[in-house]
Design a protein around this ligand. Structure first.
Ligand code: CFM
Ligand code: HCA
Length: 530
């Protein structure tokens, strides 16, 4: 891989090469290696990243069904964030589902020139009159910040006028270097305007929140099934198959479980500060990881009946999982895969491949931070640059009335026994020696990676899919799952194994001839009128 890295960098101008070099690490899990992450993409490079608005509106708030998510901006921003992520939902009987609508102020030239606040107010009134929602979120797209519309003032006015919860997000696309800034802005907004708004009587002995699970392809449905069978009460999920109504009482949980660390660690941290609720890292991608996470939850509660139930579920489910794995593994073992996804999935999905004996030769995130690569212990050493300083860091104080001293004591007791809280070791320690870790991989690098490794499978998203396939390499979308899923928990693992069998135990891709193989250049001419 050092030769490959050299070859990739050789093509860049000197300054670009220097920057990109920091984003590529030849992994050695025995060492602590630093990677450049969460830094601006160099203009001219074809990145796979998205924008801050996508991270706020599309990712974090997108999957909630009972809020009207109103986009203040040109219609395209709304249209392209409208369920393209395959975030599914199953609203409770009689409850609304606004996710199937695309709400937008549809800004025009006139609004850009004279301001769009009046149009935004009208849109809120119209949405309220038609749907009578209990909350409305306003999402700012790029022009809003450029012309200076104050969505927060509009939200305050309209909240007073209509008497429902209305709040705005300054999540303009350019606010940060990627979607990641949008996650942070969304976390702040939900924490400020929703969490703790309502109380709820206990409905179970073991009340938990699942954070950073977005129900892509039905993943949450499968996780919910397992929780229910184990006897865990899931109060709220941030934000797959969930409602802002459940965020409002989620502070009454006994434990927060963080799945996608990148997108939601902020709320987990803030809830611990304000309410004393501890958080643990979990992962429900991969059958063994699911079993491990369930056992960790059971250990937290330390209840014999719960532990017995968890063991029973694991045993029963793993029997089915292992049977499928045993049938598929011999057909796919030893194949090479690489994966480049936004944040946590590039790490989590490696567990599923390990279970099948598929080797991950290269992986990376589009927009995760150093802690997602190297582990949370590097957080104090991360340089705060101007782009990060641009995103508000909420100052949170203790809620004397609702603070859970009992949970703080429980945490201390468990920690003394070696139980780990707020811990995430990141992707690099889990990857093989000499695998190539690349942050914010770009199109040129993708092509070089394929030529060098000749992988059997490339995992990424829709922007990469067809180019990679023209190379004769199958591509599995780990964002939308193509048309498949769920892939989470035990049932999901079985689905994924079968999908890998379909994609890997075949020679059909080798028959693909890339159009540029024989005629590598597109030839054209430019004519200039005299
Ligand atoms: Fe977390 Fe996600 Fe991901 Fe993400 Fe995303 Fe996504 Fe993703 Mo696409 S929240 S970081 S911003 S696991 S939308 S469900 S698939 S890039 S790896
Ligand atoms: C986003 C959403 C996305 C895009 C996926 C892709 C998703 O980043 O705005 O590029 O295929 O998962 O839908 O990550």
């Amino acid at each position: 891989p050092s030769k490959l890295k050299e070859e990739i960098l050789a093509k860049y101008p000197r300054k670009v090469a220097k920057k990109r070099s920091k984003g590529m690490v030849i992994n050695d899990p025995a060492q602590s290696q630093e990677i450049g992450a969460n830094i601006r993409t160099i203009p001219g490079i074809i990145t796979q990243r998205g924008c801050t608005y996508a991270g706020c509106k599309g990712v974090v708030l997108g999957p909630t069904s009972d809020i009207i998510n109103l986009v203040h901006g040109p219609i395209g921003c709304s249209f392209y964030a409208w369920l393209t992520r395959r975030n599914q939902t199953r609203p409770a009987e009689g409850e609304p589902n606004f996710m199937t609508y695309a709400f937008s102020t549809d800004m025009q030239d006139e609004n850009i020139v004279f301001g769009g606040e009046a149009k935004l107010k009208d849109a809120i009134r119209e949405a309220y009159d038609m749907f009578k929602p209990t909350s409305i979120g306003i999402f700012s797209t790029c022009p809003v910040g450029l012309i200076g519309d104050d969505v927060h003032a509009v939200a305050r006015d309209m909240k007073a006028e209509l008497g429902i919860n209305i709040f705005g997000f300054s999540c303009e696309g350019y606010r940060g270097v990627s979607q990641s800034a949008g996650h942070h802005i969304a976390n702040n907004g939900i924490f400020k305007h929703v969490v703790g708004n309502t109380e709820r009587e206990r409905t179970g002995k073991f009340q938990v929140n699942l954070m950073g699970e977005y129900n892509i392809g039905g993943d949450a449905f499968e996780i919910e099934r397992i929780f229910e069978e184990c006897g865990l009460t899931l109060l709220s999920t941030y934000s797959g198959n969930s409602t802002v109504e459940s965020f409002a009482y989620s502070h009454t949980a006994d434990l927060n479980m963080v799945m996608c660390h990148r997108s939601i660690n902020y709320i987990a941290e803030m809830m611990e500060e304000k309410y004393g609720i501890p958080w643990i890292k979990v992962n429900f991608i991969g059958a063994d990881s699911t079993a491990k996470s369930l056992r960790k939850i059971a250990d937290y509660f330390g209840d014999e009946e719960l532990s017995a139930k968890v063991e029973e579920v694991i045993e029963r489910e793993q029997l089915k999982v292992k049977a499928v794995a045993a049938a598929v593994k011999p057909k796919v073992e030893g194949k090479l895969a690489m994966m480049f996804v936004g944040g946590s999935r590039a790490h989590h999905y490696q567990d599923l491949f390990t279970e099948l004996g598929v080797r991950v030769v290269s992986a990376g995130y589009e927009f995760a931070h150093r802690d997602d690569y190297e582990g949370r212990e590097v957080i104090p050493n991360i340089k705060i640059d101007a782009d990060t300083r641009n995103i508000e860091d909420l100052v949170v104080s203790k809620d004397e009335e609702n603070f859970r001293d009992d949970l703080v004591a429980k945490k201390a007791e468990l920690e003394a026994k070696g139980y780990e809280f707020k811990e995430y070791k990141g992707m690099m320690p889990d990857m093989q020696k000499n695998s190539l870790v690349i942050d914010d991989v770009n199109h040129w690098e993708t092509e070089k990676l394929i030529e060098f490794y000749k992988p059997d499978l490339f995992c990424a998203g829709i922007k990469e899919k067809y180019v990679v396939q023209k190379y004769g390499v199958p591509l599995k979308q780990l964002h939308s799952y193509d048309y498949g899923g769920p892939y989470a928990a035990f049932g999901g693992a079985i689905n994924f194994y079968k999908e890998m069998e379909r994609m890997l135990a075949t020679d059909i891709w080798k028959l693909v001839d890339a159009p540029w193989k024989n005629e590598p250049e597109i030839v054209g001419s430019v004519t200039v009128d005299a």
